[in-house]
Design a protein around this ligand. Structure first.
Ligand code: SAM
Length: 276
């Protein structure tokens, strides 16, 4: 497992990320100027359909101001900041990548949200929290980097309160072999895709009941088609985070979705009592 996690860490190594972000964000104004989650949405929502997808998932998860929310695989923190700004809830993010966690903290200072949003470097397979710590857990475009799904979903269930909700938005296989590199893996070695049905079959035994399970592939395809028509994205964009080959990674994801090799799953589960 360490090898597998090392491969994923390498993929998201992002050396010097915070310095690159400082330079890129000067496009929005001087360092002391407060930024909003909307400003940052062009580079901090690391999943298909960006900010719109986070907003939809949050609605489906039923987040409220008094909820304690965990974002598993929080990237550079865009979803966490959006949730805190929109609902007034407290959000904790964890991520395997140290440069991402450092960047997430920096961006959160820039939006003035450090009192409500915090980040830790940790593995989703060993969450550094007590049992029943959170009301809601989010997992967006992370599971495809994780082979041991049984352990991942057990860990998420463990840190949720009974009756809490787990909302996931992830890339799934439709049976076809994807073109690599893709945004989560430059080779198949760090890619562990599962079908939507297999994902649900892995989540439920961890102590969950399915509330919502929907195929969002068509919405993703429409988004890809629109992105293709509008040409290269303006700067700054996710290339700041992932490097100059990001356009190629994103193009391959688009091709995989449009050809039906990959799909997008949105699902929300309720945490059921666990028999100890
Ligand atoms: C495609 S990015 C998505 C980031 C974020 N969820 C978002 O939507 O903006 C995948 C993230 O998952 C993290 N990740 C992958 N495997 C992980 C693991 N085992 N534990 C914690 N984080 C992990 C990566 O470091 C990366 O930040």
């Amino acid at each position: 497992m360490t090898d597998e996690l090392d491969g994923v860490r390498d993929h998201y190594r992002a050396t010097g990320l915070t310095e690159r972000l400082k330079t890129a964000l000067s496009a929005f104004g001087p360092e002391h100027q407060r930024l909003t989650p909307q400003h940052l949405g062009v580079l901090d929502q690391f999943h298909t359909r960006g900010l719109a997808a986070t907003a939809e998932l949050a609605k489906l998860a039923g987040i409220t101001a008094d909820a304690s929310v965990l974002d598993v695989g929080s990237g550079v923190g865009g979803p966490a900041r959006f949730l805190a700004a929109t609902y007034g809830c407290r959000v904790t993010g964890i991520d395997l990548s140290e440069p991402f966690v450092e960047a997430a903290r920096y961006l959160t200072e820039r939006t003035g949200q450090s009192g409500h949003v915090s980040f830790q470097c940790a593995s989703a397979l060993a969450l550094p929290f007590d049992d029943g710590s959170f009301d809601i857990a989010l997992l967006q475009h992370v599971a495809m980097n994780i082979a041991d799904r049984a352990r991942l979903y057990r860990e998420i269930r463990r840190v949720l309160k009974t009756g809490g909700r787990f909302a996931t938005f992830d890339v799934v296989t439709n049976g076809g072999e994807p073109y690599y590199p893709v945004p989560w893996a430059r080779t198949p070695v760090t890619s562990f895709l599962m079908s939507a049905a297999a994902t649900r079959e892995a989540v439920e035994p961890a102590g969950f009941r399915t509330l919502i399970c929907q195929d969002d592939s068509e919405a993703a395809k429409a988004w890809i088609t629109q992105m293709r028509a509008s040409g290269p994205p303006p700067s700054p964009n996710l290339s700041v985070v992932m490097g100059s080959d990001f356009a190629q990674l994103a193009a391959n994801l688009g091709r995989n979705l449009l050809e039906g090799r990959l799909g997008i799953l949105t699902a929300v589960f309720e945490a059921m009592p666990i028999n100890s």
